[in-house]
Design a protein around this ligand. Structure first.
Ligand code: B12
Length: 213
């Protein structure tokens, strides 16, 4: 539909007012909230993610595009029917691990995942392992996404994975890790299921982990 393509295009350039206006217009034309998300907002954010991955755009542009996405999502999300909400790809509990207050990268990953069609529960910063455990239970999460920017807090990622295992949740949830000091080999060492160097790739990894193309 032309209006949804236009919505995706204006989202990519970060025009929040236009996204809001087109969302309201699409609803008035009878397009469902689910279709607005799937065929307008998600394709727009997908373009943003690809451009970011290729270094064609940088953090400020992604943040501006994400704000435009939120302008539309904020309107349609409360209107989603249960059936439409169930079409979400999965639920991700994301947070920056205990002792670490850096959240810019974590927020980008959260926004990109939300833009890709995941329900995102953002637990914030300085999140203790038990809080992740509690959130996974409460939201029946499919993924846990852990962010760390300090070499001293990376170890808490391992503690969090152990806490999930102790709670009997390790087999029911996929754990992704990331942040500037984190590497694939560190992720392998601590038994994480996935690692990504940036928020665009994080979306690909989150999908791969649950077998979605
Ligand atoms: C901004 C910043 C701060 C801000 C944070 C503000 C905020 N709200 O986040 C403030 C000023 C508060 C801060 C504080 C500190 N900082 Co600081 N900070 C930075 C800085 C400059 C940028 C980090 C950033 O936002 N990068 C941009 C984002 C977009 O990149 P990113 O976080 O890597 O995220 C991307 C990927 O890594 C990935 N990703 C991130 N998370 C996840 C999660 C998953 C699941 C996945 C898949 C992917 C993923 O996707 C993101 C987007 O593409 C870095 C230096 C640097 N250049 O990295 C230092 C840096 C991280 N800080 C550092 C230090 C030492 C500190 C302090 C200890 C300083 C002090 N002495 O007080 C404190 C620690 C406070 C604490 N307890 O956390 C060091 C860490 C050194 C180390 N090896 O441990 C760095 C590297 C600076 C340096 N060169 O010394 N800091």
């Amino acid at each position: 539909m032309a209006i949804l393509q236009e919505m995706a295009d204006v989202l990519v350039v970060g025009n929040a007012n236009k996204v809001k206006e087109l969302t309201e217009k699409a609803l008035a034309e009878g397009i469902t909230p689910g279709n607005i998300i799937r065929e307008g907002l998600i394709p727009g954010m997908a373009v943003v993610g690809e451009r970011f991955k290729k270094n064609e755009i940088y953090v400020p542009e992604v943040l501006i595009a994400a704000r435009a996405m939120q302008a539309g999502l904020g309107i349609v999300k409360p209107m989603l029917s249960e059936a439409e909400a169930a079409q979400r790809l999965g639920t991700v509990c994301i947070g920056t691990v205990k002792g670490d207050l850096h959240d810019i990268g974590k927020n980008l990953v959260a926004m990109m995942l939300e833009g890709a069609g995941f329900e995102v529960i953002d637990l914030g910063v300085d999140v203790v392992p038990d809080r992740f455990v509690q959130a996974v239970k409460e939201h029946s999460a499919t993924h846990v996404a852990l962010s760390a920017l300090l070499t001293t807090t990376m170890v808490t990622m391992k503690e969090t994975i152990e806490a999930l295992a102790d709670a009997g949740l390790r087999d029911s949830v996929k754990v992704m890790v990331g942040g500037a000091p984190v590497t694939q080999s560190f992720a392998d060492d601590i038994g994480a299921d996935g690692y990504a160097p940036d928020s665009g790739t994080a979306v690909d990894v989150a999908k791969e982990l649950i077998g979605v193309a």
